[in-house]
Write a protein of this length. Sequence first.
Length: 314
Amino acid sequence: MSDSPTTATRPPLSNPRHWPMFAGMALALLIARLPWGLQRGLGHVLGWLAWHLAGSRRRAAEVNLALCFPDRDPAWRARLARDSFDAFGIGIFEFARAWWGSTEAITPRSRIEGLEILQQLQAQGRGVLLVSGHFMTLEMCGRLLCQQVPLAGMYRKHRNPVFEWAVKRGRLRYASAMFANEDIRATVRHLKKGGLLWYAPDQDMRGKESVFVPFFSQPASTITATHQFARMTGCAVVPFFHRREGGDYVLSIGQPLAPFPTDDVVADTTRVNQAIEAMVRQAPDQYLWIHRRFKRQPGGRSRYYDKGNTEVAR
């Protein structure tokens, strides 16, 4: 498949190994075009099923919430964990609609706060790194923002070539480009030319340059790419928060982090985590708690997520 950030090359239909995934993508395409009200209803059902069937991911969410909100009542955390799976189910349909469906019914119910900040930076010819977290609204709100500004994205390639093609092709319907996370040179060129790039550095990316900095007061292995991109390109680092409010979508663009970058990569990476943490506190149910965010600790691999481990009281 092509490595170009602006093209997606389809795997050969003649290969029988790809047929099941092609069939699955065809079904997903049909689902993406269902009425939005029906999709939301099905999303609740999917969230309920995931809660009851995905035991290891349910435990990951419960452990994360216990680590991040130790002072909250266990019943509050249990309710939040359940609500996060509900948001997860709806989010799956949002992903499909953003990639392959229409936003005609959704665009009128969205608003963007701080769009003038991006427009001012664009007018200055300055690159912008929009830093966000892994919220379930990320694809839908990314598409909504792309309707206003030429926004590129950064992503991790999928192992299955059919899924990789289908998702990248879907994203390129609205994004100006999609950079694989190992394509650093092209990403740097894009930012140096004044491009806008959406980026979420809030997952434990094994094999990437990282430091341990606090996330909800817990040591979290966090990649330093935000600091590095800003240092190499002079781009502005701008917090980007997106959330669902009932059937509406709110996109909030903050002021650029300043001063950023500094000479202290740990301090800069800490500031990025603090910005994302502030976003999570505004809509905690919509955050991707099923990711094992604290699986690595300064002393090595943690046992937080091991089955039967009682180190974290849920």
